[in-house]
Design a protein. Structure first.
Length: 305
């Protein structure tokens, strides 16, 4: 019986390996074979004739067919490997750990919403005060995935769909594995129900962030507040502003990458910490700066008095 990682790789490759290549090779081989037979029938043969390698006709059509078929057959492996590297960079943003002994004993701490509460360190837990739970990990991971997902739209239609589908598949394979190993959800039917809900969340996240990117920072901050922070009332607006600024910067960095380098360097664009944008959002806007300058003048102080 194959292990979990082997089954995952098999499913990923099976999804990509759906392009028939043997029929095309047979076609080119048959055509070139018929041409060789006609050429041999038209040329009289003698016992003194010797065949050398230099006299062999060039079979560029067959070689091109083989080269193209090999390229197509290796494309699924390149897509799976490239998206796995990108996904690893996305999934490491908000890591957390659940004590397996506590899971087996049923003594895992719970949040107010009933989620398993683990242990986590990092920017999203320490600076943005997000709890180390599966929900936090999935929302932060999907936030990073969306940035790459949006950049992949600039590729050709078929290539974009292939890379996007594989990136999403990596996430759901990993999510199911975490449900089983970290949270003790051994029922495949129950995991499937949770994965369906998670897929609905992913579709809603893509639509919400697309709307925010198109309509402005206020709408984008509202989408981040609803999804990442679960619409909490005690959220700091400064945190939302820093995350929105980080999203804009990451999209700009990904857009500046050429398509060839995107599959190798996409993770580098996501390594920029969102907390570094606090220095940007703490600066007053130009209009607000002018108002503050006016209020600090003697006339402004007299008017306020």
């Amino acid at each position: 019986m194959a292990c979990r990682s082997c089954r995952r790789q098999l499913l990923l490759l099976a999804r990509q390996a759906n392009t028939p290549v043997t029929a095309e090779l047979y076609y080119y081989s048959a055509v070139l074979g018929q041409q060789s037979l006609r050429r041999a029938a038209a040329t009289p043969t003698t016992h003194e004739q010797r065949r050398g390698f230099r006299s062999t006709p060039a079979r560029s059509g067959l070689m091109d067919a083989i080269r193209n078929s090999l390229k197509r057959s290796s494309e699924p492996y390149r897509v799976v490997a490239g998206t796995k590297s990108i996904y690893d960079a996305c999934s490491k943003a908000a890591p957390y750990k659940i004590d397996p002994i506590a899971v087996k004993a049923g003594t895992t701490p719970k949040t107010a919403e009933g989620e398993d509460l683990g242990e986590g360190k990092g920017m999203w837990h320490d600076d943005f005060k997000l709890p180390p739970t599966f929900s936090t990990w999935s929302q932060v991971t999907m936030l990073h995935m969306y940035l790459v997902f949006a950049r992949l739209r600039n590729l050709d239609r078929d290539a974009a769909r292939s890379w996007q589908a594989q990136l999403v598949d990596h996430f759901f394979f990993d999510a199911e594995e975490r449900m089983d190993l970290d949270h003790g959800i051994s029922s495949r039917a129950l995991r499937g129900r949770y994965l369906k809900d998670l897929f609905v969340q992913w579709r809603g996240i893509v639509a919400a962030y697309d709307e925010g990117i198109a309509k402005g920072d206020a709408v984008l901050a509202s989408a981040v507040w609803r999804n990442v922070f679960k619409a909490r009332e005690d959220i700091c607006v400064r945190d939302l502003a820093a995350i929105v600024s980080w999203m804009r910067l990451s999209l700009k960095m990904l857009d500046q990458m050429p398509d060839e380098a995107l599959f190798i360097r996409a993770g580098a664009a996501l390594r920029w910490p969102a907390k570094n944008e606090f220095a940007v959002v703490d600066k007053p806007a130009r209009q607000l700066g002018d108002q503050l300058t006016q209020n600090t003048t003697p006339a402004g102080r007299a008017a306020s008095a």
